[in-house]
Design a protein around this ligand. Sequence first.
Ligand SMILES: Cc1ncc(COP(=O)(O)O)c(C=O)c1O
Length: 475
Amino acid sequence: MALGGMFRNAAAIYLHLVGPFRGKKSGASLARCLHQTLAMTKRLQARRLDGIDHNPWVEFVKLASEADVVNLGQGFPDFPPPDFAVEAFQHAVSGDFMLNQYTKAFGYPPLTKILASFFGKLLGQDIDPLKNVLVTVGAYGALFTAFQALVDEGDEVIIIEPFFDCYEPMTLMAGGRPVFVSLKPSPNQDGELDSSSSWQLDPTELASKFTSRTKALILNTPNNPLGKVFSRAELELVASLCQQHDVVCITDEVYQWLVYDGCQHVSIATLPGMWERTLTIGSAGKTFSATGWKVGWVLGPDSLLKHLRTMHQNSIFHCPTQAQAAVAQSFEREQLHFGQPSSYFVQLPQAIQRCRDHMIQSLKSVGLRPVIPQGSYFLITDISEFKSKMPNLPGAADEPYDRRFVKWMIKNKGLMAIPVSIFCSVPHQELFDHYIRFCFMKVKDRPGGGKTSSSLPMPPAGMGRGAGPICVGAG
Ligand SMILES: Cc1ncc(COP(=O)(O)O)c(C=O)c1O
């Protein structure tokens, strides 16, 4: 029906039903009566949403947007992507008009091709662009597709905490049961918890979490929020348990280029016997400082990926073509520069390490004790001293201290961080309720330094100072 016709019909219905009562009391009661007839009484919410409808991010993001708050909490850069990536996007938008149309469901062919060749070398596999690569709506999309494709009712999924917070609801939505194992801090010789490497898994405890129902383990290295980069020895332990118990490893490696102090990122898929049972997830948003592009991917054996393709073709089906074209061209550029000083993957961590060090100094200068991250663009800092000096901050009695502290900090100091307890299971929150997370991927807003000081470390060449993001999401 033409739009004009629809409006005419709606106007006629209004006139017939409501017109005669206009201005009369009975108009209101008719409206109420109609509303009662139309309002749904059936249970609306699908059961898979039970228990996951409260998202603490929504609350904290709202608080940060209410006042003039410096947002050092959320995980996105406040500077532009490198020039070559921006130009690639501009080219994708203004060049071949067919890039305005759908492309192949499982990924724009030049992107799947370059991902296969680029990561094939890194992972030591002969990667087939059609069988071993799936392009998704960000790494988030890859995670969701993986959980939905592989986790069944009653399956157990081992989650290492603190963890990127979507792993738990994604497990639950798939019908799975999250099984948590915590990284435990062990102080160095001086009694300090000064590095993310001091946080480790207890091998016996980890082994005890595997049962005959364990379907998958989710690993995140470099880890958000801690910045821990799992060592080869730690990955070997995880790998041997996955093999022993026939478990799939889903590895979220979105921060793989952001490692500092000469630390090496190791992909668990490169360990003997692991390619066949591993899904490796990446993000162009994190790779090229373009989180709004929302291009992600998952790499793995066809035996696993064929199920993710089934899930993808029955849900998203297809990701935006122009963003994929821009990512393809950016990877082609990076492949030519790989390992050289001109590579963005070399320049970015060098620049961001300076941002990290600057933030560490600033936090120390106000009496905080940051845990130095080996990777990612986050660090956590210990607020125990505040907890003992100001134990009675406003908030509900059962609200973890770190959440009350962040609300206090937003209100009184105009500074936003993220409470670390939101990255933990409810029973373990008190282990982590005296830490808050900062994001140091910021050149505009700094703690202590005010905004935009020229003495501060700058991002690599080609990374200008943008106006800063206008919209924010979880991260
Ligand atoms: C560990 C981790 N995985 C995945 C994502 C999501 O990445 P994307 O923006 O590509 O969906 C994030 C975003 O913050 C993250 O921190």
